[in-house]
Design a protein around this ligand. Sequence first.
Ligand code: KIV
Ligand code: ZN
Length: 384
Amino acid sequence: MGKEKVEIFDTTLRDGEQVPGCKLDTKSKLEIAEQLDALGVDIIEAGFPISSPGDFKAVEAVAKLVKNARVCGLTRAVEKDIDVAAEALKSAIRPRIHTGIGTSDSHITHKFKATREQIIERAEKAVAHAKRYVEDVEFYAEDAGRTDNEFLARVCEKVIAAGATVLNIPDTTGYCLPEDYGAKIAYLKANVKGIEKATLSCHCHNDLGLATANAISGARNGARQIECTINGIGERAGNTALEEVVMIMRQHPGMDLYTDVNTKLLNSISHLVSDRMGMFVQANKAIVGANAFAHSSGIHQDGVIKNRETYEIIDPLEVGVDHSAIVLTARSGRAALAYRAKNLGFEFDKLMLDAMYDQFLIMADSKKEIDDNDIEVLVKQVKH
Ligand code: KIV
Ligand code: ZN
């Protein structure tokens, strides 16, 4: 069997935007949606139309703008929500309604004060109602991560029969371990009648730092859609990071999974989202953090200068970063100092380099990082 495609469902504009203080205005949502479309994601979840008039307008505007990706709007399993989402999506070339309800005993008992049978009935009704507007209906079983597999399978069977095309299996609380989340997807694939008519989707939260591992485990067990956000932003500790799952599938061809994402745009879209949301990306964030391709210890710098692949598994150009950085700190060695000085046009014999390195260490012990201006000062010192 050849490689199989995993669809990328981006929810930066919906789950990502649930980060406190990171609300986006319509202009910023449109800018990001345009870049997501250029990036090659398959589905853009543009918002939750019934949540506010502003979000309704934003979803409507994204639906008008986007040319390639499907545009999706979130709803609860409530008719009015679905009517409003359908209205917001009516200009989309390929609209999707994303409806659903909590399925774990905790949600059923405390949130809905209902029975399992009532939840199934509400789920079926919501899907059937959405189906009156659009062909493409995704159903989410909220808190599927803590829902027992037998009941989850029954819910899935019923909503497929009602017309759901995609089954979203959210680990809403980020509780699952990768083996368990993968086993849940495998169980549904093996036990849900009619599963061949629907796509299983992973939607994982990062409360235990496992959102990416869980989504990949789901895909390896048969899910063919991953829901994720740029920079992994989202409710609480965030969602699966888009850039991480895309690069994992790309760097591990043995998984036989691929996406249509143009990875060269990952760095620029990460900056765009961070800027418009006013949310910094931590320096050590995989793929898009400022230090993801920076080397500061002498041993690593020497290795990278000799051959980049000694300490880098990704070519920075592949993700839109123009070069690896050799950062000069008190832990750096002579090779790094000579390399950075050479980039500024200075070359030395061994004696001069040794003299400069002694001065460099004194300076580096008093500063966090040595920059190009500092290198010029050091060069002047040893040349006089
Ligand atoms: O985490 C979750 O369960 C969700 C659903 C609303 C899809 O975001
Ligand atoms: Zn979520």
